[in-house]
Design a protein around this ligand. Structure first.
Ligand SMILES: [Zn+2]
Ligand SMILES: [Zn+2]
Length: 349
């Protein structure tokens, strides 16, 4: 079958990859669509970052590995012992491999499992015609949700998880730093959770426009006075929760700075360098800082919210390409025209 295989930094080959029958407890699915994630781009440009060069302890797989984890597909074959799925079922898959045995797995804190691995990094992913996934990790896609939108469930689950990490309650004021794909999904998730007011801080004008179309007040941080504007809109208090979705040296401290006293700063961005905060800003304000990684049980909730329209793929898909064009019209295009794009979806043929 055709697949995009990661061999090393700047070395992803579209090639013929051997395919087999699904193992016990696994299903084989034909891939409908697979979205390009920042993670894929980082592995292509600077990897290995999350890819391990040693066999992963839970999957036994090491590079060369097929990339891609934001996918929807259709079951074509079931392995031994699979009873709740059948060929023709439309599915999405929780992409995390977890050990089920460590201290954190026993507390259902799966994203911080000692042996955490992911599809398309620690096992073969969905930039391919077919993918093999654990049946127990699959969710049926409801008829209201189209195949392309279903490929957004993985990042939407991460966005919903961040809103839950922030303990956003009905009527809360929420500020989202960064209105890229994840930031825009976090905006939707905050509104679905009942946030009273949502602010978006974003430098790119096109992304601010998109954020405004989701009912937010969008501000450009480099323009002086954005802190004042936020205070003016919040009775001089500041937002209850700030979700950081960028990962730049200035945006982590910005999240802590902007959140109201006693509020929560949720950090979702992935940082390539450290930055500094004064811990007195935490002590004297009783602010909380909390990380957010992947998801726990948000898949089913996201599918329900997509089915009833409280979450949507509206405006998030900015490109559709075929697997043969992954490098040029996918990775390179996202590097060259970052602000023009949100999600580029890839189909095998
Ligand atoms: Zn992703
Ligand atoms: Zn574990």
């Amino acid at each position: 079958m055709k697949a995009a295989v990661w061999y090393g930094k700047k070395d992803v080959q579209i090639e013929n990859f051997p395919d087999t029958h699904p193992g016990e407890g696994f299903v084989k699915a034909r891939v409908y669509w697979c979205g390009i994630c920042g993670t894929d781009l980082h592995e292509y440009e600077d990897g290995p970052i999350m890819i391990s060069m040693e066999p992963h302890p839970l999957t036994g797989i090491k590079p060369p590995v097929i990339l891609g984890h934001e996918f929807s597909g259709e079951v074509v074959e079931c392995g031994k012992g699979v009873e709740h799925l059948k060929p023709g079922d439309r599915i999405v898959t929780n992409t995390l491999y977890t050990c089920g045995e460590c201290y954190w797995c026993k507390r259902a804190q799966y994203p911080i499992c000692e042996k955490l691995g992911g599809i398309g990094l620690a096992s073969h992913g969905a930039f391919a015609e077919y993918i093999h996934v654990k049946a127990s990790q699959c969710y049926l896609v409801p008829p209201e949700v189209e195949n392309d939108v279903a490929a957004l469930v993985e990042p939407l689950a991460a966005a919903v998880h961040a809103i839950r990490q922030g303990l956003v309650l009905e009527g809360d004021r929420v500020a989202i730093i960064g209105a890229g794909p994840i930031g825009l999904m976090a905006i939707q998730a905050a509104r679905a959770a009942g946030a009273g007011q949502v602010f978006a801080l974003e430098v790119a004008k096109s992304r601010r426009k998109k954020a405004e179309s989701y009912g937010t007040i969008a501000l450009n941080p480099p323009e002086s006075g954005y802190e004042r504007v936020l205070l003016d809109h919040t009775n001089g208090v500041g937002p209850d929760v700030v979700i950081e979705c960028v990962g730049a040296p200035e945006t982590g401290p910005m999240a802590v700075n902007l959140v109201r006293r006693g509020g929560r700063a949720v950090i979702m961005g992935v940082f390539s360098q450290p930055s500094t905060i004064n811990f007195n800003d935490i002590v004297f304000t009783e602010k909380e800082i909390v990380g957010s990684l992947c998801y726990v049980d948000e898949y089913e909730k996201v599918l329900l919210l997509l089915a009833d329209g409280r979450l949507s793929g509206e405006g998030l898909i900015t490109g559709r390409i075929v697997l043969d064009d992954l490098i040029e019209k996918g990775f390179q295009e996202l590097i060259r025209n970052k602000d023009k794009h949100l999600k580029i979806l890839v189909r095998p043929n």
